[in-house]
Design a protein around this ligand. Structure first.
Ligand SMILES: *[C@@H]1O[C@H](CO)[C@@H](O)[C@H](O)[C@H]1NC(C)=O
Ligand SMILES: *[C@@H]1O[C@H](CO)[C@@H](O)[C@H](O)[C@H]1NC(C)=O
Ligand SMILES: *[C@@H]1O[C@H](CO)[C@@H](O)[C@H](O)[C@H]1NC(C)=O
Length: 503
């Protein structure tokens, strides 16, 4: 009898595991690929290429809040206005400079009942260092072996210029969009966006905009070799951003002479607390959020053992969490991570330290809140002598819809696959933060994606040396935005229902 029950249970497990593995292995239906022979393909002409190279020459560097290169931002703005004469003088367009250097455009569609959307980007860049180690100077826009070099080539002047080129093309070809849209270029994204994006968002509200269909901003790229065993490019659309909490831990004591020490010093107590935080990571959130969907979307391309594991997180969560925690980038996907970034204590070699302080930086998984993370720390530390103070914090952003009936997500997915027909599109979480924090009141549907094709080793070029984009990729960027705008013109999606989502 018992044997039969055990066998029956094993049988049911095997059926569920097999069913999930098979169902999640289905491929997405094909889309019509964007080809250079299409009527609406925008070729990278010499003048389009030259405009992008010129854009990379403006040293629109942000150093700190309020500390950015105003002259260069002014020049870059003037260059934009002069380079796209149709956009800046079309009856369909209202535009303005916001807080001197940022830009806001409204492109008026002819179906006013459709909710507008917003394309965001930013004009500033981070500083360039180690100039001698660059293969071409960082503000040259020079082309070496098919790559255009320059600070901002992938973060993110390719999107600024790609959006402008595609809209100029649209207007020059007398295409009136059906759905209205806005374009917002902030000028200090690299230093919190408090002068740029924040002001644009306020201006947008002033203009009476309260709700947007979706927002597009820079984010995750199209990556090759992201996950071992998955050989196709993976295009992940950031549907949320991790939150952040910067905590200041402190322990106060009574100063005294080192010849008569107390049993425990402030340094000893704080070191113990910090050690407990570092050696006890926050729990794996695998199975609760977007990271699960991300992995499940890659199932069709995984090898058989990977497929069985990922299709059955309900069963294999502990094993899979352990595997993912082995590498920092996949560990960051599944949990709130903890970095001890500063430790200060002591005043003199023979004085008992009166104060010890440490800074802890958490990046918070979207399934948790700042409050929960601090509560968890408090219990881990388990020592009331350690004072915990929030230096700054932001909860993870709400998660945008990524289902079959979520308009913005599906428009992104279709567009990505038109440009990269072999790409696997999956929802993901952005580990950093962008200007989108200033636009959270307009919609939950914020999609963070950069149409940049990245190969292993390219990630270090962000804010690093030899930032570059291939000539071919820049042409894809322009056509990506053009197709995104065209695809956004449909009034709604035809409702689809796939069994797939019922699991
Ligand atoms: C802008 O357009 C108007 C008519 O629509 C035209 O008279 C004017 O010359 C144009 N200005 C520029 C700078 O092209
Ligand atoms: C914008 O320009 C005005 C006039 O030159 C100046 O007073 C103001 O500080 C500028 N704003 C910013 C953000 O630089
Ligand atoms: C969103 O709206 C709330 C309530 O009006 C306001 O307190 C908050 O500052 C707004 N957030 C942003 C990012 O503008």
């Amino acid at each position: 009898m018992l044997k039969k029950i055990v066998l029956a249970i094993v049988f049911i497990f095997v059926i569920i595991i097999a069913a999930r593995t098979i169902l999640l292995s289905r491929h997405s239906p094909p889309v019509t690929e964007c080809r250079a022979t299409d009527d609406d393909f925008i070729p990278l002409s010499d003048s389009r290429l030259a405009r992008f190279q010129r854009a990379l020459q403006f040293q629109t560097v942000s150093r700190d809040v309020g500390d950015y290169n105003r002259d260069e931002l002014q020049n870059f703005g003037d260059f934009i206005i002069n380079s796209f004469p149709t956009l800046h003088n079309s009856s369909l367009v209202e535009w303005e400079r916001v807080n001197n250097y940022s830009f806001l455009y409204q492109i008026k569609g002819n179906k006013r009942d459709l909710k507008p959307y917003l394309l965001m980007s930013h004009l500033d860049v981070v500083p360039a260092t180690n100039l001698e180690a660059w293969e071409a100077p960082p503000f040259s826009g020079n082309i070496v072996d098919g790559f255009i070099y320059g600070r901002g080539a992938i973060d993110v002047k390719q999107c600024v210029m790609g959006i402008l080129e595609s809209v100029e093309y649209l207007l020059n070809n007398d295409i009136t969009p059906a759905r209205s849209f806005y374009i917002a270029f902030g000028h200090d994204e690299e230093v919190t966006g408090s002068h740029g994006a924040k002001m644009i968002a306020a201006r947008l509200k002033e203009k009476g905009v309260s709700e947007l269909e979706y927002i597009s901003d820079e984010g995750l790229p199209v990556s090759e070799g992201l996950i071992s065993g998955v050989n196709k490019p993976v295009a992940s659309i950031g549907v949320s951003e991790k939150g952040q909490a910067i905590l200041k831990l402190s322990v106060k004591g009574v100063p005294g002479h080192s010849s008569m020490p107390p049993k425990e010093s402030t340094i000893g107590i704080l070191a113990g607390a910090v050690h407990r935080l570092e050696s006890n990571p926050h729990p794996s959130m695998l199975g609760t959020g977007v990271e699960t969907q991300f992995l499940e979307h890659l199932v069709p391309e995984m090898n058989f053992p990977q497929r069985i594991l990922v299709a059955n997180i309900w069963l294999f969560k502990p094993l899979l969490s352990w595997l993912l925690s082995l590498k920092p980038h996949s560990d960051a996907m599944i949990r709130t991570v903890t970095s001890i970034t500063m430790f200060n204590a002591g005043v003199k070699a023979n004085v008992i330290p009166p104060l010890a302080e440490a800074i802890v930086n958490h990046r918070i998984h979207p399934s948790q809140t700042v409050r929960e993370v601090i509560e968890y720390d408090r219990q881990l530390i388990g020592d009331a002598r350690v004072n915990i103070e929030i230096a700054s914090s932001i909860d993870p952003h709400p998660t945008a819809g990524y289902g079959n009936n979520d308009f913005g997500y599906q428009v992104f997915k279709t567009t990505i696959r038109q440009i990269w027909p072999s790409a696997l599109v999956a929802p993901g979480v952005l580990i950093g933060n962008t200007d989108t924090r200033h636009y959270l009141n307009f919609t939950n549907n914020i999609y963070r994606f950069s149409p940049t094709h990245m190969f292993p080793g390219d990630a270090q070029r962000f804010h690093g040396l030899n930032e570059r984009i291939s000539v071919k990729n820049y042409e894809q960027v322009i056509n990506f935005f053009f197709h995104l705008i065209r695809n956004s013109d449909q009034p709604s999606l035809s409702p689809v229902h796939e069994h797939h989502d019922d699991l």
